[in-house]
Design a binder for this molecule. Structure first.
Ligand code: ATP
Length: 216
């Protein structure tokens, strides 16, 4: 009997206020380079670490659907919208484990900026029990991690996709991705000034933003 290692599932959580090419292109890099089975885009309902998003959770979910529609392997996952209270990634990973079981590798995908704040996340030390962490490098200076996060990261570092497949969880992989200096903050600022964010995000997303008169 040949044992084929299950391909890992990627989870990209975010506010997605709105989703843009800085999320989408690096996610496609990871899907292909790491040979993931799929990437689940998980918009948060109520973010734990920032102010209230400008769009409702339902609107942000719709934009994620519009942006990922038609890309094989990209899945929109609405589980955080179905949960009361603050949206904690810990709870999301527990719920994914309930759905997919303990064997399949899960990869929590974060940008470098989000990873640098990991030590402020709810039950952050337990995240490696549930998933690997894949860090997609964002443009900008690579500042050192705070000591507590550095000490957490170093013993868990892994260096390739095979290591992701060998265990269901526990490793931390820094993966180079296409460098796109795009942020939702800038897109909201452009729209608020009456300027165009075109070519920073999918046309279908922009059309919805205009149709709903969002971010004015
Ligand atoms: P905002 O500007 O409102 O803070 P954002 O553009 O950073 O938003 P989020 O929805 O907060 O978008 O990000 C979700 C995840 O995607 C985070 O892990 C973040 O680090 C990552 N990410 C966002 N933009 C990029 C980018 N341009 N390149 C790589 N990763 C990114």
């Amino acid at each position: 009997m040949t044992l084929i290692a299950p391909r890992p599932i990627g989870i990209l959580g975010g506010t997605f206020d709105p989703i843009h090419y800085g999320h989408l292109r690096p996610a496609l890099d990871l899907l292909e380079e790491l040979e993931l089975a799929e990437i689940r885009f998980v918009p948060c309902r109520i973010p734990a670490h920032r102010g209230t998003p400008q769009m409702t959770a339902e609107q942000r979910l719709t934009l994620v659907q519009l942006a990922t529609d038609g890309q094989p392997g990209f899945i929109t996952d609405d589980r955080e919208l179905r949960r009361e209270g603050l949206s904690y990634m810990f709870d999301t990973l527990v719920s994914l484990r309930e759905d997919f079981g303990d064997e399949i590798p899960l990869c929590l995908i974060v940008g470098t900026d989000a990873f640098r704040e990991l030590h402020t996340w709810h039950r952050w030390r337990e995240l490696p029990k549930l998933a690997h962490i894949v860090v997609m490098q964002r443009p900008g200076l690579l500042k050192p991690l705070v000591p507590v996060l550095e000490a957490f990261t170093t013993p868990r570092l892994i260096y390739d996709r095979f290591a992701l497949q060998r265990k269901p969880a526990g490793g931390i992989l820094f993966q180079p991705v296409t460098q796109l200096n795009i942020s939702a903050t800038r897109i909201r600022a452009l729209l608020a000034r009456g300027q165009s964010p075109r070519y920073l995000l999918p046309e279908a997303v922009l059309a919805y933003i205009h149709a709903q008169a969002l971010y004015r």
